[in-house]
Design a protein around this ligand. Structure first.
Ligand code: PPS
Length: 332
């Protein structure tokens, strides 16, 4: 039992990604789709290298933005190299495990997304690896090998709003109401589980020498200083000549229209594939993209969609969770 069984039933009905059932981790307040089971042990037992960089984020907190920033810093601001799709350059470790749909699996055949764990294992070093898995489900060697770990935080109400739009428009396929979505977010009854349980163990590691903590809001406020801090942490420098070009490359408008990072190619591939399926297919197709992955990129967007009552509920839960999980000095 996960707790909040009524909401669990609700998401089974209203989230396409959960139609085949769940994998529950009540101790760390995490829910994943059933198919993740096939990847769990492989990921826990994976080899970690001390020159790896692990980018760990709760979904919708600035992963893609910081991924592109880290990749560019690690690769000496190589624009040509950055034309390759971001999934190829910096894999999404557990992605294949999140795909239960046979149609989607079929569509991903022959791409790096077919088996993202094998792809990550074979990536040339130093590897930059993205994951939305809670720390307890990541390779156990992360604690022994001490690779570099970067995590990015985002204000929880904005993360919830971004997540709502992502699930409405893209993968996940949420068909329920907006308020019910926020309720599931508050109770950790969403893919990847509780925002607070996810971030608490990372926050506890923030002062370790191999760990760098960033926030979405500071990237918005002063990207240049975040680039410098990240470069220093990674043992790299970004020259004065490269800096302005890099900041431009990482700007919202540039990233929104950059097909190597904006997921358009992925959405197109799915759409194309689905349109060629025989009309009588036994399984509901995965939802196609109806919106932009790089959507709005603002701080405080929750004010445009959340009622005052919902904002209060979030603030109350947030302060309770910070106390319960001892997230002292957490930035929000
Ligand atoms: S995912 O699916 O979990 O990997 O999503 P993630 O990349 O973590 O988060 C997506 C949100 O980040 C915004 N984004 C940016 N904001 C500002 N500048 C740049 N360059 C940028 N790139 C991505 C993106 O728009 C999502 O936020 P919302 O609020 O939905 O717009």
């Amino acid at each position: 039992m996960y707790g909040n069984e009524e909401l669990v039933e609700y998401i089974k009905e209203h989230v396409i990604g959960f139609k085949n059932g769940f994998k529950f981790y009540p101790d760390i307040k995490c829910i994943l789709n059933k198919g993740f089971e096939n990847y769990e042990k492989r990921i826990r037992d994976m080899e970690v290298y001390d020159d790896d960089v692990w980018l760990l984020t709760y979904p919708k907190c600035g992963t893609t933005w910081s991924q592109e920033m880290c990749w560019m810093i690690m690769n000496n601001v190589n624009y040509k190299g950055a034309e390759a799709n971001i999934f190829e350059r910096t894999p999404f470790l557990e992605f294949s495990g999140m795909v239960d749909s046979d149609i989607l699996k079929e569509a991903l055949k022959g791409t790096p997304m077919e088996d993202t764990v094998t792809y990550t294992e074979n990536l040339p070093r130093p590897r930059l690896i993205k994951s939305h898995l809670p720390f307890a489900l990541l390779p156990s060697q992360l604690l022994e090998k001490k690779p570099k770990i970067i995590f990015v935080l985002r204000e929880p109400k904005d993360a919830a709003v971004s997540s709502y739009h992502h699930n409405r428009m893209m993968a996940g396929g949420y068909t329920g109401t907006v308020d019910k979505f926020f309720e599931t977010f508050l109770k950790g009854v969403v893919m990847n589980g509780s925002y607070w349980h996810f971030n608490a163990p990372l926050w506890e590691m923030r002062n370790e020498p191999n760990v760098l903590a960033l926030t979405y809001e500071e990237m918005k406020k002063d990207l240049e200083s975040v680039v410098r801090r990240t470069a220093k942490f990674l043992g790299k420098t970004v020259s004065e000549e490269d800096m302005s070009g890099l900041l431009d490359h990482l700007s919202f408008n540039k990233m929104k229209t950059n097909n190597a990072v904006n997921m358009k190619a992925f959405a197109e591939r799915l759409k194309d594939f689905i349109s060629k399926l025989p009309a009588q297919h036994g399984e509901a197709p995965p939802p196609s993209s109806g919106g932009d992955f790089i959507r709005k990129g603002e701080v405080g967007d929750h004010k445009n969609i959340m009622s005052t009552e919902m904002i209060n509920k979030f603030n109350e839960t947030h302060s309770k969770m910070k106390d319960d999980l001892e997230m002292k000095d957490f930035p929000y």
